[in-house]
Design a binder for this molecule. Structure first.
Ligand SMILES: *Cc1c(COP(=O)(O)O)cnc(C)c1O
Length: 393
């Protein structure tokens, strides 16, 4: 393969060094420091079967390879694969790992799209699932069947910010002969590295913190085992939902600042969570960094900080939740998360509307915040103002 584009990805370098250099050695022709966007579908061959390592951009593209190498280095994995979206990555993983007749354990508050994929698409493909609170390890154990092939973990969860013990789930999965997949979208590899805790595969929506600027949709898988990586790469090419060169470049550009962005996201989330916890209109503030959070102890063990996502339940019920979503000025009402700008949303009517009536239905009084990297005091003032207004009616 093209060594100059892939770069050495030295394991001994620190996280931020890997984010900026892994897979991103200066380009050889002109010395471009930024990885070029190889916006091409095909590559000239010197002779039949004699090529530079790239033949056709679905099978491989140097910009995508740079991102895949970098993501593998950040998660501490052997192989990274970049997809057109997080759900494309999930679909590829599920259909490589499972066969018709297999069973999957899903978190009881899984990302809505993950739930929809398993409940409404992969069900027709012959996959059964059970939704379980992953923090309840005896319940997970009880849900395991002989045909359980995959335990799907999200931690922190979306949107209730529940915490699951990755190392404990990895042990359960191993015992059951199943694989543990961890959707690491909310934490990012800066805060949490599931492969080091025993997970078999890490899933990302790179749309969120990895891209970080709300300007691209993408997904990724990272695995610790190179042979497993090869099977996934075969299917990535065979199924075709790859990340395009420009999208791969945008994510790679975002990844360079992941560390500094996550530090600010976490610091701002702390300010916001503490302000919410102290506000009389809020019944419950949900952020794993609050000592009152039921997952605080496990999160302290497996994460280096607690992330930029904060949720809260309003004492005034759904009407108050919808009202707060209308009243913020800096928090933009929008789906998605993980960008530099702060977002607010109502999961019950927005991101998780498709889970209504299912075991994954979310409370109607819930508001979810993606806390951005603006000036923290401005964000707190914006939210407190909206809460005061909503409480006053
Ligand atoms: C957004 C998201 C996904 C799906 O990713 P897309 O890029 O939107 O396809 C999966 N898991 C989590 C936790 C997410 O937030």
């Amino acid at each position: 393969m093209n060594g100059s584009v892939r770069g050495p990805g030295k394991g001994a370098d620190g996280f931020d060094t890997r984010a900026i250099h892994a897979g991103q050695a200066p380009e050889p022709a002109y010395g471009a420091v930024a990885v070029p966007i190889y916006q091409t579908s095909t590559f000239a061959q010197r002779g039949v079967g004699e090529h530079s390592g790239f033949e056709y951009s679905r099978s491989g593209n140097p910009t995508r390879t740079a991102l895949e190498t970098c993501l593998a280095a950040l998660e501490g994995g052997a192989t990274g694969l970049a997809f057109a979206s997080g759900l494309a990555a999930e679909d590829c993983l599920a259909r490589v790992v499972c066969r018709p007749g297999d069973h999957v354990i899903l978190p009881a508050d899984a990302y809505g799209g993950t739930f929809r994929l398993f409940a409404n698409v992969l069900d027709r493909w012959g996959l059964a699932y059970t939704a379980v609170q992953l923090a309840d390890l005896p319940a997970v154990r009880a849900a395991i069947r002989p045909e359980t092939r995959l335990i799907w973990c999200e931690t922190p969860t979306n949107p209730l910010l529940g915490i699951a013990d990755i190392a404990a789930l990895a042990a359960l999965a191993r015992e059951a002969g199943a694989l543990l997949a961890v959707d690491n979208t909310f934490a990012s590899p800066y805060l949490q590295r599931p492969l080091e805790l025993g997970a078999d595969v890490v899933v990302h929506s790179t749309t969120k913190y990895l891209g970080g600027h709300s300007d691209v949709v993408g997904g990724a898988l990272v695995v610790g085992d190179a042979a497993f990586g090869e099977r996934l790469a075969y299917h990535q090419n065979a199924m075709g939902a790859v990340a395009g060169p420009f999208d791969a470049w945008l994510v790679l550009r975002g990844v360079k600042t992941l560390g500094v962005r996550m530090q600010r996201h976490c610091a701002n989330a702390r300010l916001v969570a503490e302000a919410l916890a102290a506000h009389p209109a809020v019944g419950l503030a949900l952020w794993p960094g609050l000592p009152s959070h039921p997952g605080h102890e496990v999160a302290s063990r497996q994460m280096s900080d607690f992330g930029g996502m904060v949720s809260c339940r309003l004492r005034g019920g759904e009407a108050a939740a919808l009202d707060v979503c209308r009243r913020t000025r800096l928090f933009t009402l929008a789906e998605s998360l993980g960008g530099v700008e702060s977002l607010i949303e109502h999961p019950g009517r927005m991101t998780h509307a498709s889970a209504a009536g299912s075991p994954l239905e979310v409370p109607a009084d819930l508001v979810r915040l993606s806390v951005g990297i603006e000036t923290g005091a401005d964000l707190v003032a914006d939210l407190v103002g909206a809460l005061d207004g909503a409480a006053a009616g």
